[in-house]
Design a protein around this ligand. Structure first.
Ligand code: FEO
Length: 403
């Protein structure tokens, strides 16, 4: 049975939702599922914008067959080739062998690399600034390299104002009947998953997102719809989401607040993290979030690190090093290029506390544009009252640095 939503008079969402996949890219948990968005334009010519993951190909086909009826599919526009969108390309070519495929040179290369039999079909290679007409609708193609793969482009429909934005402006979370961001309480129910999606999937490529935002800035008044490949379509209050993307891609925090990430084996480092959280709240800083790195998936830690201005690393010493799960979290921050945060350190070690120096070295040498506060809380096994002054001065230093 088809399941489609109307975006405009002649543009339809023909994607599908997936609640079965547990790990997006086989790494990031998606407890609320994910949507794979594809869009069908019924102009004088018909055009499908992107396809879907192989797991939901059947739904895409039912949606298309319902809307096309006896009409052929004339064009397939591929903005992004990654298999969560591109995996059904070959099936489309098999069903509609006369379809003309519009994409970038690199995307065609990737299609061949993935083993799609595209040669023998009409391929229309486009690049930045090229335009095309489907009848009433004229579109312009805009290169979007590294948002999120090098072949990516976005397509702007200059007639309707629809921006097919590929991975940009996407979100984790299945749509479950809703389509537009104004049909959900985005700021309450979606923003955390949108941030977790962007920061973990495309976070490394902030400068490339900035380039795309700059291009979009020139036509901002003409953009009426943002149609991403995951999550809700935007038709109202576009500035809200564009502003979030701007902050995330500049690596600027959204909020003044403190993330306390602790690695604790027997609860003593955890107790110190909790004691610091309580002192901060006593002092009026209540935007404090405490996470156990051992039972919080790193994608959530990354997302919170992008949201908040301050990060406290509290770690036991393990094999004379940083606790491995804490180290993994730090490696993710490095890989995703996070910058412009203030760090504070709590270390613990029963006979040779090393984790403090090692975490400081990691932040200083492996991350960019970070500040580490001089004050440090150093524990020998557990936090005792004789450390109250150290704890107080660490809390004071954090509060002062937030002023
Ligand atoms: Fe949703 Fe980069 O693919």
């Amino acid at each position: 049975m088809y399941s489609v939503r109307k975006v405009t008079d002649d543009l339809y969402w023909v994607g599908a939702n997936d609640h079965r996949l547990h790990l997006f890219e086989n790494i990031h948990p998606i407890p609320r599922g994910v949507s794979y968005n594809a869009y069908l334009l019924l102009d004088e010519k018909t055009a499908l914008f992107d396809t879907v993951d192989w797991s939901v190909c059947r739904q895409l086909l039912e949606n298309m067959e319902y809307l096309l009826g006896d009409r052929p599919l004339d064009y397939l526009v591929i903005n992004h080739m990654e298999p969560d969108h591109g995996a059904s390309i070959e099936e489309i070519l098999l069903r509609w062998p006369e379809v003309k495929v519009i994409s970038t040179e690199k995307a065609f290369l990737f299609m061949r690399q993935f083993g799609f039999h595209i040669d023998g079909h009409e391929l229309i290679e486009v690049k930045e600034g090229d335009t095309f007409s489907f009848g009433k609708h004229n579109v312009a193609f805009v290169a979007a390299p590294m948002v999120h793969w090098p072949e990516a482009m976005v397509t702007f429909d200059t007639t309707s104002g629809a921006l097919f934005s590929a991975d940009a402006f996407g979100s984790f979370g299945a749509l479950d009947g809703k389509l537009f961001a104004d049909e959900v309480n985005f700021d309450r129910d979606w923003i955390d998953d949108a941030r977790r999606y962007l920061t973990n999937i495309v976070g490394k490529y902030g400068p490339h997102i900035q380039l795309l935002l700059k291009k979009a800035g020139g036509i901002l008044d003409q953009i009426k719809y943002i149609c991403p490949l995951h999550g809700p379509v935007w038709r109202k209050d576009l500035g809200y989401f564009i502003d979030k993307y701007d902050k995330w891609s500049r690596y600027e925090p959204e909020e003044k607040g403190v993330l306390i990430a602790y690695a604790s084996m027997y609860g003593n480092t955890e107790a110190a993290a909790q004691a610091l959280a309580a002192r901060l709240c006593e002092k009026g800083v209540t935007n404090v979030w405490v996470y156990d790195v051992s039972n919080t998936h790193v994608s959530y830690l990354v997302s919170e690190s992008f949201r908040l201005s301050h990060i406290v690393l509290a770690s036991v010493t393990y094999n004379l090093g940083i606790y491995p799960v804490m180290h993994d979290y730090l490696m993710h921050l490095k890989g995703l290029n996070l910058q412009h945060r203030t760090f504070a350190i709590i270390e613990n070690g029963s006979w040779a506390p090393k984790s403090g120096d090692l975490m400081q070295k990691f932040v200083d040498e492996e991350l960019k544009n970070m500040t580490v506060l001089n004050e440090r809380l150093s524990l020998a096994s557990a936090l005792h009252p004789d450390k109250a002054a150290e704890l107080e001065s660490l809390a004071d230093a954090i509060v002062e640095s937030m002023a």
